[in-house]
Design a protein around this ligand. Sequence first.
Ligand code: F6P
Length: 327
Amino acid sequence: MSTIKKIGVFTSGGDAPGMNACVRAVVRTGIYSGVEMVGIQQGYQGMIDKKFIKMDARSVCHIIQLGGTILKTARCLDFKTKEGRAFAYKNIKEAGIDALVAIGGDGTFTGAELLSREFDIPVIGVPGTIDNDLYGTDFTLGYDTATNTVIDAIDKIRDTAASHDRLFFVEVMGRDSGCIALQAGIAGGAEAILLPEKDTAIEDLISKLEAGAGSNKTSSIVIIAEGEKNGGAYNVAKRVKEKFNFYDVKVTILGHLQRGGSPTSFDRVLGSRFGYAAVNALLAGENRKMVGLVSNKIQLTDIQESITNHSTKLEEDLLEMSHILAI
Ligand code: F6P
């Protein structure tokens, strides 16, 4: 029998589609198991500001289809200090919360790991970020929806690129992770993909575009992750244009329209599986673990390990394939 009587759930860092499906699953799995459930609004900031709300099965009605997070989210500087975490912990204890489910990315997990170690409170992490950059899961929540949003945009841009014989540079999210750029680039048939994990010489990009133009390509699309080392889509476009003036050049920054939106069926099911597994892991006595999906099975990984190895996901063979398929 678990000694856990009250679980707090929160979302933190960037919102991601599927977070609400996960909150719903956490709350209902907890209630089903006889545990009291508390929603903590605005992540770590809400712990400091005592934003605790009691949740029951009906509090999470009609949210599985919603993007964003009904619990809201914030990036909290106070929580980065030991004093801030001590104050948050005091408030958590006063609210009677025994254990936490933390839904977010590597920043969220860093905070959760510290809080759990310093104050001995059990925490299970759920990987919720469109960036897909956490070790210990094949997919993070929101990644599938975000890449589908990006593909929709690329398809539309391609119509215009083809109609006007233009070269488009499309910038997508991913400060440290090229997962969205690679996935959407392949699915959108991009002529080149520039990633934060891999340096691309502008000369090599130009050679590729020249080869395309030389073999009757009348338009091209280059996908650039925002953290790519040449400094983003505007800089790359400018430098390419200086040396290669074959096409009319345009730049599109997709920005925050990639983060919101109704989750795909994949992200709804993933959020449900993660939330269910997270509560059951806590009740089984697990601590400082992240739930993940590996080969379609739920797997637990040490939170620390998931953070430390978080940037090791670039699949070089896919990048190589994308080059070949775009000749
Ligand atoms: O971590 C998810 C993410 O969308 C990154 O890809 C992006 O760089 C960052 O969040 C943007 O954060 P913010 O919304 O705080 O500007």
